[in-house]
Design a binder for this molecule. Sequence first.
Ligand code: NDP
Length: 487
Amino acid sequence: MSSTIEVHNPATGEPVGTYPVHTADDVRAAVERARAAAGWWDSLGFAGRRKRLDAFRGVMARRMHQLAGIVHQEMGKPHSDAALEIAMILDHVAWASRNAEKVLGRHKLKSGALTLHLAGTVEYRPLGVVGVIGPWNFPVATPLGSIAFALAAGNTVVFKPSEYTPGVGAWLVDAFNQVVPEHPVFQLVTGDGSTGAALCRAGVDKIAFTGSTATAKRVMATCAETLTPMVAECGGKDALIVDEDANLDAAVEGAVWGGLANAGQACIGTERVYVHQKVYSAFLEKLTAKVSDLRAGADTAAKIGPITMPSQIGVITGHISDALTRGGKVVAGGGETVGQVVQPTVLVDVPDDAPANQEETFGPTLTVRSVSDIDEAIRLTNASRYGLGATVYAGKRARDIASRIRSGMVSVNAVFANAILPTAPFGGVGDSGFGRIHGADGLREFTYPHSVVRQRFRPPLALTTFDRDDKTDTLLTKIVALVHGRG
Ligand code: NDP
């Protein structure tokens, strides 16, 4: 270990912990330990792993407020929101451990007309060692969305948390090791980007990366050196559409929580709102009233906490001031910034090509725009290099609108619904990344399919042989015409 990182409370600036910057050798050693433990963990089977993961979940549930305290200290979100984050992910951990066998265990494969003599099975086997690189914004929920699924599938895990939230990572690993003391099944490495890069090069079988698109490109380039596969859960620029027959109070509630919860520091945070012209004024009036009642602060009474990364404050205020120079107007807030606290802000009349409508702001801001019809709302929603989530508040057209949005996820008449439902795959398209966490897809992401196909009896038509005669070939031609030729 050559150096350390010091973590500061974003509300007060006080130091809250010092952690080692693990070197490439440290990381490689952790991966080797994980490799040695992988056989034992796999040998526990689904039932054995479920028992341990359920016990881990129990520790997290019982000590939820202790963990929430560390989240609050390290990244600044209100304690109750930190507890909510933990409560939500516990459901996913439970789902992963309860459903791993059903999703990944051995399944029979169907045979076809020419393959009746064959009986196949497929099972999904663990990859071995999974490296998880996590962000700081949901430092419990986001990494556990990969970790719990990778573990349930039978992999061991080496976790590199964000340099802003290493204490959360340390807590999770300590809690797990209390219920799995035998082998280093889940380990922690701390440090900065160089530690993450070292993890990509350390011989892991897959990297589960969650973070910005820019970093994902660097991670992918590093993984390419060793042909290490990765899942990339990156940023977004999610839109919320309000149709003319939407419940406006619910839509306002959704926009406020979707845009401002976690001080807007959510990958699936609402950043753009497109409202049908017929209800635009009514929506905006209700929205500004609600946002004007909200206050960001460094004190415990504030419902919105500080911005975690000091460097992000310039991005947020830059997007606001750029929008204003292009003719945008502030209807609530104004981006007032004291220390690391940025007040929630609603902007209107912001040109579609402004950074506030194109780039991830990752702060407590919303741009709101009237649209002449739903086609325009969908066109604007889809005019983004990102494609993570989207939200639709609508009545009879809700399903149709949702299906026309280019994104990995759409929430209808609720925000963040896809993140909450344990069976829903989570992930995006385009610059929002690839691969999925959560649900059955999230379990399969950390496995490889292994199929076995057995010949049950000699096929009446012997095809895979040099002894095949003309009669067989003629018969095959007839069967092919019969089975496939009518299309
Ligand atoms: P970053 O991209 O800055 O960092 C993500 C992780 O990558 C951190 O652990 C970071 O370490 C590490 N890292 C940095 N450089 C490298 C490198 N060269 N090689 C390997 N690892 C590296 O993202 P943030 O932590 O700032 O998180 C915010 C971003 O995450 C936003 O864009 C947000 O949208 C996205 N996000 C996406 C989610 C999703 O599921 N789609 C969920 C949550 C967030 P360190 O911090 O030590 O530098």
